[in-house]
Ligand binder design. Structure first.
Ligand SMILES: [Zn+2]
Length: 323
């Protein structure tokens, strides 16, 4: 059974080029779907044998050469240093928005079996304070924008926490910087990082192919779902992370969307879509905005796994490909 699965997964991902060429255009509504690229969690760790400066420059250069303005959601603890301040300033100078991703990246939902941040007892008051604690690192920038992105896309596991934080953000002039297309580039990046540490000259084509296929699949899923939930096209936002994987392959990702008929747009334009002001009343709250809006209708139970995205879904596939 394992062998069968591995072979199936292998065939599925090995033929990436052919697969992408066969995929139909994503648009079912006759208009080109629109997508903005958003980046979370910049760090000065570097990645994929690149220094943080090289990672940063590569991502910024790719955005410039593709004429795309993005948004950097800054988590303070990762950039609370001179180098970190330089990193964020480079995004500001390049005219990308600077958003708030909290200082400590706390896990706002109490999770029964897993709790990535080990912070089971985060209260509303603590979570609020942590959002404000991040402001000194970001609010001086010209392109600071009051968009708040919840760590892990977890918006609270009780109505009190969910609605309390939403009221708090509104009182402080923030909108919620949700993404419509959630994905697990971070899990692929972690695998790539491990490989390049062990084998600095390893062939990374498999990571690239898996990354493109994974993001394409998730984009198809969330675009299809959004059309059925909203009955209109929306301006998509894709969750990506600042790191080695995107330093190497962001250009290929952008090219893939364009080749398949998607229109790449600026983050500020995307967040102009009023869909981002909707406040789904789901519990536990969070996940992709499209996921939450679909969940709220109660009509898509079979399609909505929980959590919406996680490395547990991608790890077996990457194992099968020996990534
Ligand atoms: Zn994050």
């Amino acid at each position: 059974m394992i062998e069968h699965l591995n072979r199936r997964e292998f065939l599925r991902y090995a033929a990436i080029g052919a697969t992408l060429r066969r995929l139909p255009l994503a648009s079912a509504h006759g208009l080109a779907p629109e997508i903005a690229f958003t980046f979370d969690d910049p760090t000065t760790d570097g990645g994929a044998n690149l220094t943080w400066q090289q990672v940063n420059e590569r991502i910024l250069d790719t955005l410039v050469s593709n004429k795309i303005k993005s948004i950097l959601f800054v988590c303070g603890k990762r950039v609370d240093s001179n180098a970190g301040r330089q990193l964020v300033a480079a995004w500001d100078r390049a005219d990308h928005l600077i958003g708030n991703h909290s200082y400590s990246h706390l896990f706002f939902n109490v999770s029964t079996d897993d709790d990535p941040a080990g912070s089971k007892k985060v209260t509303l008051a603590e979570f609020e304070a942590d959002a404000l604690k991040n402001e000194p690192l970001i609010q001086g920038h010209l392109h600071f924008n009051r968009l708040f992105r919840y760590p892990f896309f977890k918006e609270g596991d009780t109505a009190e926490k969910r609605d309390g934080m939403r009221a708090f953000l509104q009182a402080h002039g923030y909108r919620i910087g949700r993404a419509t297309i959630d994905a697990s580039d971070w899990a692929i990046d972690a695998r790539l990082e491990k490989r390049t540490e062990a084998q600095p000259h390893a062939d990374l084509t498999g990571y690239r192919n898996f990354f493109l296929q994974h993001i394409w699949e998730r984009a198809q899923f969330y675009d299809s779902l959004s059309q059925r939930v909203l009955g209109r096209p929306l301006r998509h936002t894709l969750l990506l992370h600042h790191g080695g994987l995107n330093a190497l392959f962001l250009g290929d990702l952008i090219a893939m969307f364009r080749r398949n008929g998607w229109r790449t747009v600026d983050a500020e334009y995307a967040y102009g879509d009023p869909v981002y002001d909707q406040q789904p009343k789901t519990l536990p709250a969070g996940e992709s905005l499209v996921w939450a809006l679909a969940k709220e209708t109660g009509k898509f139970e079979k399609e909505l796994r929980y959590p919406g995205e996680d490395d547990v879904y991608e790890n077996p596939r990457m194992n099968a490909l020996q990534l």
